[in-house]
Design a protein around this ligand. Sequence first.
Ligand code: C2E
Ligand code: MG
Ligand code: MG
Ligand code: MG
Length: 279
Amino acid sequence: KAKQAGRNTVCIYDPGMQAEIATQVMLESQLREAIVMQQLRLYYQVQVDHTGRPFGAEALIRWQHPQHGLISPSQFIPIAEASGLIVEMGKWVIDQACAQIAAWQTDPKTSELSLSVNISARQFRQSNFISMVKSCIQRHHINPNALRLELTESVLLENVDDAVHIMTQLSQLGIQFSLDDFGTGYSSLQYLKKLPLYQLKIDRSFVNDIVTDSHDRTIVRTIIAMAQSMYLGVIAEGVETEAQMELLLNNGCRRYQGYLFGKPMPIDTFNQLLKNSFG
Ligand code: C2E
Ligand code: MG
Ligand code: MG
Ligand code: MG
């Protein structure tokens, strides 16, 4: 009887849900091929200092789907995470990023640029993560100082001691770590001070209303003060207006990323943006 009831619950007919599951399953199998078929793209979003001068970029993945067009990471990263495909995909991202860093480092005009790469939980916890990153750096002969890895609080808090170990190993090579979406997680200062971090990245949800919402302004001020007291750098993401940038600057945040300076763009467009800034 219980078995019957169980079967009844899973067999409830819901065309919407069925269609959604079918789409997920289809996307997963297509995602498997996307790497081999070279449908993945890295887009680059500029990061600037308080004078508006670019000092680096964040690499953001896109999927150029043959039928559906350009798909955003929020639509396929969760599928990649759940299926384990994220490991291979993440490796591809780091390899591409290192290749791009190598290209920039051959030209004195762009040799100082940094490139940030997002790392997912599953990828970070792979036993060969450290050696994979190392071999990428060696293969492309890059100065590892240019490579920044972005981690979120939830990734780090899963196992703080392991995280510290992995980060320390990679920090010794010169790689720097940013804490992405900062303020949206649950980090305690206790954990934060243990981590070998280079900078905090203020989540764009706080930047968004910084001009109109005094609570968000207070949160942003607190994050900046916290970063300073721990000798960490700080960068704001999602900066869309001059007013937001000015408020951030007046509170001591001198690095920004957001549509005000540029949307994520293909590498050719990005290199053109650099040319326009650096000559
Ligand atoms: P994130 O790392 O926090 O990246 C910032 C997101 O904010 C990007 O969305 C970017 O396009 C968007 N953004 C930047 N400036 C502005 C702005 O001024 N206004 C608004 N409204 N949005 C802005 P995107 O490219 O869709 O990426 C979403 C998320 O997907 C990323 O959030 C990151 O968590 C994940 N992701 C992207 N690429 C990768 C990757 O290669 N590997 C992994 N594991 N995750 C990735
Ligand atoms: Mg990021
Ligand atoms: Mg972020
Ligand atoms: Mg985010």
